[in-house]
Design a protein. Sequence first.
Length: 121
Amino acid sequence: MFRFILVGGLNTLVGMGVIFALLYLGVNDYISNLSGYLVGLIISFFLHKYYTFESKNKPTIKEVFKFLFVFAISYLSNILILYFSLFYMENYLAQFLAMLGYTIINYLLNKFITFKRVKLA
């Protein structure tokens, strides 16, 4: 759990850095958001696979697809939260709220779907 939180924190900082840097440069909210999450997606997969869950195996197609599925669901929730939040708050706060929703959903889905440990009898 500690490693998942540590990787998530690092991933969040990198993703937020990309998002906020692009916003500062005048890039559209949605393009900034997508860019930050794509960078984070790549970092997250490899850090969780090899550091958090200490896998010694090469990534499998099935594992990559599970990870992408979880990302898609998590990112869709992020975009929905961002879309509705932008009506009520400034964009930096809306981005943060959307990121929080994404993080909670992503953690739960990765824990129970992507990196679920198989119990050996």
